[in-house]
Design a protein around this ligand. Structure first.
Ligand SMILES: *[C@@H]1O[C@H](CO)[C@@H](O)[C@H](O)[C@H]1NC(C)=O
Ligand SMILES: *[C@@H]1O[C@H](CO)[C@@H](O)[C@H](O)[C@H]1NC(C)=O
Ligand SMILES: *[C@@H]1O[C@H](CO)[C@@H](O)[C@H](O)[C@H]1NC(C)=O
Ligand SMILES: *[C@@H]1O[C@H](CO)[C@@H](O)[C@H](O)[C@H]1NC(C)=O
Ligand SMILES: *[C@@H]1O[C@H](CO)[C@@H](O)[C@H](O)[C@H]1NC(C)=O
Ligand SMILES: *[C@@H]1O[C@H](CO)[C@@H](O)[C@H](O)[C@H]1NC(C)=O
Length: 255
């Protein structure tokens, strides 16, 4: 009597377990007949993109307040060439406060335009660009950037700012958005009287525990940051929960 009860309960626990696992792995889209295939969205909403990636709120807020966002969005919407935008994170803006606190609104606008190229470039395209000397930005005129490719990493030089692309936020023609480590300060505004760059930090203070065993370059070797796929994680969690439940149920039965 008791053993049959155990059998029944074990069976139902197992069933519950497997059916829920099945339900989670089954692909729902095959059931519903798909309507006409929706055309790929031709429009990338830059405001949305910059508000969910980042933190890029300083850059985004400046783009909005100067209306440069419309210039960029228009280029993204309506041109074949597309656009490439270099976006500094909020902490990069904090680091550059000293230089940015005094600029006029026209200068701020130029600085923002300086962070974009009126053409779509994939990361691989920068290898070409390095050989071409100064590259024109959206700000035009003397607002040019120099690119160099250092073993696959794109380095940018504005004269005042030497930095690199630290990750690709978005890169599907016609829109490329790359995160850079510094605000790009143009010589056209800040002059050619560039203060000597401080020697690369001696940095002996870094606790050895923080230093990864790999070379320092390892940190920059993943140019494309894919957002973690939370649905996978939730799925795994669901299965684990079922397993734990089943095991617990089993234990209780045998006690
Ligand atoms: C773009 O995204 C922003 C923020 O999500 C939203 O407020 C705005 O309406 C969107 N614009 C378009 C044209 O979809
Ligand atoms: C870009 O395209 C979207 C969708 O077609 C539109 O809502 C938006 O107003 C356009 N923005 C610009 C600046 O052209
Ligand atoms: C900001 O402007 C003021 C007045 O023009 C000047 O005295 C000051 O030195 C400037 N600060 C910086 C950091 O350039
Ligand atoms: C890169 O250079 C190759 C050969 O010179 C050329 O065919 C290609 O179009 C260039 N790509 C870009 C993006 O300029
Ligand atoms: C960019 O490169 C050119 C030569 O290729 C050089 O004359 C110029 O000074 C460089 N500009 C910057 C900002 O490094
Ligand atoms: C996450 O995984 C789901 C299911 O496999 C997929 O539909 C979705 O596109 C993925 N999202 C991302 C951001 O990779």
């Amino acid at each position: 009597m008791e053993s049959s009860m155990i059998f029944v309960i074990t069976c139902s626990v197992l069933l519950m377990c497997s059916s829920s696992a099945l339900a989670q792995t089954a692909s729902p889209p095959s059931l519903s007949p798909t309507p006409a295939p929706a055309p790929a969205p031709a429009h990338v909403n830059l405001t949305y993109l910059l508000s969910v990636a980042g933190p890029f709120s300083t850059f985004l807020n400046d783009l909005i307040s100067t209306k440069v966002i419309d210039t960029f969005q228009n280029q993204a919407n309506n041109t074949e060439q597309g656009i490439t935008i270099f976006v500094p994170k909020d902490d990069a803006f904090n680091a550059a406060k000293k230089y940015l606190s005094n600029v006029t609104s026209d200068q701020l606008k130029s600085i923002l335009l300086f962070h974009a190229l009126p053409r779509f470039y994939s990361l691989a395209d920068f290898r070409n660009l390095s050989q071409k000397g100064p590259t024109n930005t959206f700000a035009g005129g003397q607002y040019t950037l120099n690119f160099t490719d250092v073993s696959g990493t794109v380095h940018l030089d504005s004269g005042w700012s030497k930095t690199k692309v630290s990750s690709a936020v978005f890169s599907t023609s016609p829109v490329a958005v790359y995160q850079v480590d510094k605000v790009l300060l143009p010589e056209a505004i800040f002059g050619t009287d560039i203060p000597p760059t401080p020697a690369p930090a001696p940095a002996p203070d870094v606790s050895p525990a923080d230093t990864p065993s790999k070379s320092k370059d390892g940190a920059e070797s993943s140019p494309v940051s894919s957002p973690t796929n939370s649905s996978h994680r939730i799925m795994d969690l669901g299965i684990w929960k079922q397993l734990v439940l089943a095991i617990t149920a089993g234990l209780i039965l045998f006690l």
